[in-house]
Design a protein around this ligand. Sequence first.
Ligand code: AMP
Ligand code: MG
Length: 421
Amino acid sequence: MSKPEITPPPLRNDCFALPAGVNWTPVDDALALLRGRLTVVAPVETAPLAQATGRILAEDVIAKRSNPPQPNTAVDGYGFAGAAPSGPQVMPLQEGRAAAGIPFDGAVQQGMALRVLTGAALPSGVDTVILEEDVTVQDGHIAFHGPLKQGANTRKAGEDVARGDMVLPAGRRLTPADLALLSATGISEISLRKTLRVAVVSTGDELVEPGDPAAPGQIFDANRPMLLSLVERMGFQPVDMGRVSDDREDLRHRLNRAAELADVILTSGGASAGDEDHVSALLREAGAMHEWRIALKPGRPLALGMWDGTPVFGLPGNPVAAKVCTLIFARPALGLMAGEGWSEPMGFDLPANFEKRKKPGRREYLRARVRDGRVEVFASEGSGRISGLSWAEGLVEIEDGARHIQPGDPVRFIPYGSFGL
Ligand code: AMP
Ligand code: MG
C-alpha cells in the first residue's frame, strides 16, 4: 500500500520558544495572585501544650506570668545587700540558705551574707550575689575581693518576659523552644488551628502501586508517596486518595470524595490540555479552572481550580516538576490556608561550582546541593530524573532574566530545610 502524501509541519526556528501569543505569568506574579486570593480555612480549637508542637497558633499568646517570676540568683554563692567597695571584704554569714524552690524564710540583715543556690528567689535584704568560687568561707564568715556592683549575679523579675507581654503571635508554627517559652510564662492551653487536611491523588493509566506487578508500559506511582510525605513534613495532614486511571468519571468521583475529606486537593498528572488530561478537563467543566501558564522550569503546566468549594492544585505529572511546583506554589498557599500566613523560603547566595547559560523569559529551579561551600547541580535537568531529586539537598533559583553563570559566581541556593523539610 502506498503511503499517503502528507507533509509534516515544518520545523520552526522558534520551536523551543515559548508559545507565541501566550502570556506566561512570571513566578512572582503567580505567587502574588495566590497570596491575594487565598484565605485561612483551618478552624480553631483549644488544645493542651503537650499537643502543640508543630501546630499553628490561632491567636496571639499573652504571658500569664513573668519570667523569671521573682528576682533570683544566677549562680551558687553568697547573697547580701548593696555594692561591695574595692579591696578585701569580710562578712559574717547568717544561718540558713536559699535554694531553688525553697525560699529563705526571713530577712538577711544589713552587712551579713546568706548562702544562696542558683535559681533561689532573693530573700529580703539580698540584691547582690558573690560567686562561690570567689569566696573563702571560714569561722562563720566569708571573705572576697571587691569591688562588686549592686545586683551582680542576679536576675531581675520579668527581665526575660513580663506578665502581659505578647510572647508569640498568631500564625506562629510552634517550635520546641516555643513550648519552653509558653510553659515558663504560665500557658498550658492554647488556641490552635486544626491541621490543614491535604488530599493527594495520582492520575494516569500507566501507574501501578509500588510492589505490584508492572506490565510493559506501566510505571510505579512515584509522586504519591513523595507528595504525601512532603505534605506531612511541611506540617499538614496528608490524606491518601490513591491512584485514578485516566477516566473522567473515576476522577470525578475521587475528587468528590477528596473534597469531603480534605481542605485542599493535590493531584499529579493530567494537568495539560491533552486528550488524557482529565484533571484540567474536569476543572474546566466545573467552570472553576485556571490553567496557569507559569514561566517556570521545570513546572508547566499547573492547573488551579475549585472543586466543590475545595481548591485543587493540579500538579504536573513529572516528578521533578511536581516537587518543584509543590515547594514553590503549593507550600506557601497551604501555609496561608492553614493559618500560618504566607512565607517565603530563605535562600543563601553561594558560589556556583558549575556553568550554565540561561535564556530570559522564565525562572528556573535546578536540583542542587552544597559541598565545600560551593553549589553543585545535578548533571541532568531532565524532568523525569527522580534520582536527581533524591541526590539534591535543595534548589538553585535562577532569576527570570538571562544569565550566564560561571564557576565562582554567586547563585541563590534554597535548602530543602527552608521549605520545612
Ligand atoms: P502527565 O502530566 O500526566 O502528562 O504526565 C507527565 C509524565 O509524568 C509522564 O511521563 C507520566 O508517566 C509521568 N507521571 C505522571 N504521574 C506520575 C506518578 N505518579 N509517578 C511517576 N511518574 C508520573
Ligand atoms: Mg497522565
